[in-house]
Design a protein around this ligand. Structure first.
Ligand SMILES: [Zn+2]
Length: 368
């Protein structure tokens, strides 16, 4: 068995603009790369390119997927939202939430993005693949059932998790989100549930401004099945690994999942325009290795990484490659061209100790 890699060229065509030069978008007209929002296709397309060039691609089981169908989407999103999204998409695109513009065919591309995550999780749970990566775009972790925000139009991971549960492929699933932003959508969707653990590592007071507190542990039956680990700006490699080892891994172990899904954004990297963290490509490799080992210990290795943010077009692909390499347990690396710079920019022992003290506070606030 191999590591699966799910992707579709059309996910790179999601665009908020309505034209490529003067050609109306739709059908076979590919949008131009230059766009207004940072959530452009290049960081993601360049990850796929890098994986091809290093040769890692040839070792992966590369696959496409069908779009998530209406039944799958309705497990998370109200019919009225899907109808409005589809109608606006058919009419040429628009905006239904906050910073989520889409062009003609945006609905179909978003459904495809959710479909990649859904197919990846299903194949891993059916034992067809060791584990898998879904290069989903648009991203999903901010999307609420009826309100798209933060570049996210459909809740990709939630759709995948609900499909797996509905099909009886798993009973308990843990979601770990290391995108620099709080996974507010995933959290909200499963906030009352005890069958899905949601854990988010994120930069405090980034996006969204009003969610992601350590005291938010879930509600009702879901109390204790949500954990937020807000981290101070400047947290680097050592701080991320400490947060994972001290807070994330024990929660996931205690939960005892049948599978682990990761919301894998790379916007905590030190060159990202939307984050103020100092993670490096090696950080994402190390986080993925730890999660792979955790999955091997807890759930026969059943692990799926779903791509979320990451807006440094130049550096994010190296972060993603390190993650995919670690997922595949491969020796094929894409050496970080800025490894020395990245290492020298780490915050240092004094700040790492400060992060440790903040993790103590998170544990207290979370009642751990
Ligand atoms: Zn993000």
């Amino acid at each position: 068995m191999a590591t699966g890699f799910y992707w579709d060229e059309r996910c790179f065509w999601h665009a908020g603009g309505n034209y490529a030069l003067t050609l109306p978008l739709g059908g076979l007209v590919q949008p131009l790369a230059a766009g207004g929002l940072p959530e452009g296709p290049e960081a993601k397309r360049r990850l796929k390119s890098l994986i091809e060039v290093t040769g890692l691609w040839a070792t992966l089981d590369t696959r496409g997927a069908a779009p998530a169908d209406r039944e799958a989407l309705e497990r998370v999103h109200p019919a009225a939202y899907l109808d409005a999204f589809k109608a606006m998409s058919d009419a040429g695109g628009g905006e239904l939430g906050l910073r989520t513009p889409f062009g003609p065919g945006g609905y179909e591309i978003a459904a495809l993005s959710a479909g990649l995550a859904t197919a990846a999780l299903e194949a891993v749970l059916r034992g067809e693949l060791t584990n898998a990566y879904a290069l989903s775009r648009p991203p999903g972790h901010h999307c609420l059932p009826d309100w798209p925000n933060g570049f996210c139009l459909l809740a990709n991971i939630a759709v995948a998790v609900e499909a797996a549960l509905a099909h009886g492929l798993a009973r308990r699933i843990a979601v770990i989100d290391w995108d620099v932003h709080h996974g507010n959508g995933t959290e909200a969707i499963f906030y009352d549930r005890d069958d899905v653990l949601t854990v988010s590592l994120h930069q405090e007071r980034n996006y969204p401004l009003d969610t992601g507190a350590a005291a938010d542990r879930g509600r009702g039956a879901g109390l204790g099945a949500n954990l937020n680990v807000p981290l101070p700006p400047g947290t680097g490699h050592a701080g991320y690994l400490a947060a994972f080892d001290r807070l994330v891994a024990p929660q996931v172990r205690a939960f005892g999942p049948d599978a682990i899904v990761v919301a894998s954004g790379y916007d905590a990297c030190l060159f990202d325009p939307l984050g103020r963290m100092l993670a490096t490509a090696e950080t994402f490799g190390a986080l993925t290795r730890r999660t792979r080992v955790l999955a091997e210990d807890l759930c026969a290795g059943r692990l799926v990484l779903v791509h979320e943010g990451g807006y440094s077009e130049a550096y994010s692909p190296f972060c993603g490659h390190a993650a995919v390499q670690a997922l595949a347990n491969s020796a094929i690396a894409a050496p970080d061209p800025l490894a020395e710079t990245a290492a020298r920019r780490q915050p240092g022992a004094a700040f790492d100790a400060f992060v440790d003290s903040r993790l103590d506070q998170v544990a207290r606030d979370a009642g751990l």
